[in-house]
Design a protein around this ligand. Sequence first.
Ligand SMILES: NC(=O)c1ccc[n+]([C@@H]2O[C@H](COP(=O)([O-])OP(=O)(O)OC[C@H]3O[C@@H](n4cnc5c(N)ncnc54)[C@H](O)[C@@H]3O)[C@@H](O)[C@H]2O)c1
Length: 263
Amino acid sequence: MTEYDFLNKVVLISGAGRGLGKRAAERFGKAGAKLVLNDYSSDTLEETLKELGDEGYEVCGLAGDIADEETSKTLVQLAEKTFGSLNITINNAGIAQNMTRLHETDTDEAKRVIDVDLMGVFFAMKHQIPLMLKTAETDGVPSVILNLASAAGVMGSPNLAIYSAAKHGVVALTRSAALEYATKGIRVNALCPSFTRTNMVTDLLDGSRHGREIAEAKLLAFNPMGRLGEVDEIVQAMLWTCSDENSYYTGQTLSIDGGLRTS
Ligand SMILES: NC(=O)c1ccc[n+]([C@@H]2O[C@H](COP(=O)([O-])OP(=O)(O)OC[C@H]3O[C@@H](n4cnc5c(N)ncnc54)[C@H](O)[C@@H]3O)[C@@H](O)[C@H]2O)c1
């Protein structure tokens, strides 16, 4: 496992109650970061805060829905009040949609996916950027925003059309912001994993009308490596992307997907 140094970097991670966000919090904490964490679920967030606090990491958190602009505003205020700055944000919280054809997709569900997966990232960046600009100026190194998009954000995705649309939107926000802030002290990138073994995917497979085994086989039929990604295979890319050594890297979509997208 590559070791990174994020000593005293203030890192905000949404959706840190489980899955990729929780593992990211553990890895950044181990590398010395001060953590500001969020999750919709106050129970899982409390568990994460306790586990990381017991490890001796400096950590604070706020439960709330990232589809609500107030959550992102308050999270940034919490970072400033607790640690005085904001170096890195991992805008990770997100939801999947039920796998279904576009014409059968429930409209309320579609709106919720857009609210969480796209507007949530917009609200996050909108409120993070002012403090990140100040931090970059004080520290003399760029701050870093990493948005969790998806392979579905850079490819058409059958039976996931509205999720794919939201994640394409995240890629567009990422690319546009990267250009706006390239000389102002913020690097902005998007991570694009394919199906990875977290509750998001296992729940999706369990809910499939084909049953879990057939649904998994169908998913994997298109993956060149023929398997799901594992959590640490995705999270190591978060550390790499956000490292200060990666100072020339902005505006990119980083595919960690077993070779699914080649270009
Ligand atoms: N697992 C995959 O296959 C995969 C692939 C590509 C992209 N992604 C993206 O990675 C991110 C993390 O996914 P994961 O697999 O760890 O999912 P997960 O469901 O295991 O964890 C997501 C976490 O985000 C939280 N969350 C959900 N909606 C929220 C909201 N509105 N406000 C605050 N918190 C909220 C959940 O409570 C949960 O703790 C998501 O944005 C997802 O779209 C995942």
